[in-house]
Design a protein around this ligand. Sequence first.
Ligand code: HEC
Ligand code: HEC
Length: 389
Amino acid sequence: MAPTLYLSPQAEDRQSAAPGTDLQNEKGSSFPAKRNRLYVIIQKELRLITMQRNILCAFVITVCCCQCAPSPTDAGDRTADLMIPERFEASVEPIQPIAAEQDLPAAIVALGRKLYHDTQLSGTQKLSCATCHPVDGPGMVPAIIAPLRNSRGSRSPSRYNVPTIFNVGEHFAYFWNGRAQSLEKVIQISIQAENIMDGTWRIILERLASDPGYSNEVANAYPDTGLTEENVVNALATYLRSLTTPNAAFDRWLNGENLSENAKEGYRLFKSYGCIRCHQGAGVGGNMYASFRSYLESREPQRNTDYGRYNVTKDEAHRYQLKVPSLRNVAVTAPYFHDGSAISLSDAVEAMAQHQLGRSLTRTENNQIVSFLESLTGWRENALLSESP
Ligand code: HEC
Ligand code: HEC
């Protein structure tokens, strides 16, 4: 504020006592009397502006405080309405970027990578983990794999969609029905299950011990304990933890870069319509169970695998509950759902909106949400993940 325009209270008094006489400002310089009225008007204007500015400041401070406090779910909507700068918005988002750096023992990761691609781990010596979860593609094959035989030895008619292997390190449970609580457990099941690798530990360890290709790697990774079942599982699990896909366009936006308007609008809808309730965190899912009852009950015939977590706990309340899948890289992992029943991403989004949220999306909204989901495709080995190996 320009100091020469400031009139002290005394000056005001004098002005009202003797209109038309010269006034002095605080610095002692005098104003011509005929311009007094103008200065008083300017002064009032300035007071008003100061007051407005204070109110504005108080408002901004209140808004900022509110932004720090609320639950992540509704914070996003409000930030969008108030047009808070994007960088600020990013810090309160319910989705976090995937860490670009990892701190895993390199020698163990290297051994794990070799085991992951080794067909000696399977009964027929024809399958490796990479056969169904290729890491030079989307981390899965678009095939529906028959589940385990049940205890009577018969196969159930249901089928499981192969999930992607990328970013599985942080999931809270594994398999569509959550029957494994750790990666180590998944690996044990995958190696031994009849319809997956159908392997036997004794035979696998014999094969690996007589394979000279492993001696260096094993010595580097486990110098004291050598080749044991536990170490093979540990090496595979460590390798799986290394399979992250950072740098997605959405993550770069969270870190302050630009994102297409369509994807941003899709993300706004994803939050305001409530998809975020189940799909959040760094994995955009993979951290809770949820029921898919409305969709699954609407189909005939029902399959054993549709019962989800009920098959694990036998608790009626868990019937139709499935692990909420991570939506990282979802644009390149078609088909969708535990049984692959949604062929395109747009179909999956529509089914979710209708059955999980009771909403029908317009074509534009569906496209915008798909754009947002496409922005979750990450990078691996300096390349954007692709649909095929
Ligand atoms: C024949 C194909 C096939 C092979 C080989 C295979 N998997 Fe899988 N994998 C699947 C299927 C199908 C599922 C989902 C099964 C379910 O949910 O019940 C799955 C699920 C997983 C999951 C859980 C992912 C999640 O999001 O819950 C992990 C981790 C995994 N496999 C790792 C491995 C590893 C490690 C190997 C090698 C030891 C392996 N798989 C071999 C087909 C295969
Ligand atoms: C009440 C929890 C819940 C809400 C809300 C929800 N989802 Fe899902 N979502 C799930 C579950 C559970 C599955 C797995 C269903 C299955 O496998 O049959 C899933 C699967 C998906 C898939 C398929 C992923 C894959 O790899 O197969 C997509 C895509 C998806 N959801 C997007 C959305 C979108 C978009 C919204 C909002 C319109 C939404 N979800 C709202 C729980 C939810």
